[in-house]
Design a protein around this ligand. Sequence first.
Ligand code: ADP
Ligand code: MG
Length: 254
Amino acid sequence: MTESNPTPTATTEPKIRVRGLKKSFGDNEVLKGIDVEIQSGEVVCVIGPSGSGKSTFLRCLNRLEDITGGSVVVDNFDVSDKKIDIDRVRQHIGMVFQHFNLFPHMTAIENVMLGPVQTKRATKEEARATAVRLLDQVGLAEKADAKPASLSGGQKQRVAIARALAMNPDIMLFDEATSALDPEMVGEVLQVLRDLAKGGMTMVVVTHEMGFAREVADRVIFMADGYVVEEGTPEQIFGSPREARTQDFLNKVL
Ligand code: ADP
Ligand code: MG
């Protein structure tokens, strides 16, 4: 645990505890009472039809969306409490989206260095050393000085992952990180996620990659219509889903 962690984690507490989470946009109730607990080091894949609230759920975990009801507690820190310093919580939660949003005028390594330098968590030299290590970790050591425009989609997404890791998060959230990629680039990005999972990172992964979920997830959550319809091990969810909604979804995507 790093010294800047906002609160110590009691070993018995889940890393993330979501209770009765509701989220509405105007009259549209998108999350209708979500209860989820995620343990430290766990890899949880979230699957479900488009529009079921998967992205909204993920965004509530670091309060990119204001929570309408219920609670989200991360490392004993009540994210739903308006009074907390949310930026300090967010610094421990890395997020990777479908679209990489790299700064186009900056090189790969400059993109990775930016967060730690801007937040004064590291000197430029320290940030550079970390960025070199992280670019190597995602297989892009030789692309450090390349601008995003000269990188493939898979490479850009790997830079985006390195950029998130540069803040030394202990939770990583992925929202369809491979959905915008050409098929031949999906594998290289999933390999980075696989390595992270092996390294013990706590991960919540919204994905359409059922093969990945089956192989890497400790637990799979199936969402539909703003509810967690079913959760279980990959063997259970993919092998013998209990709920008709889950079976129906899997029949369509597998
Ligand atoms: P998923 O990621 O499962 O496809 P989302 O969480 O993106 O689902 O969206 C769930 C629902 O919430 C959709 O009906 C979507 O239109 C709505 N929604 C998401 N974000 C917003 C927003 N910022 N404003 C209004 N409605 C939103
Ligand atoms: Mg989504």
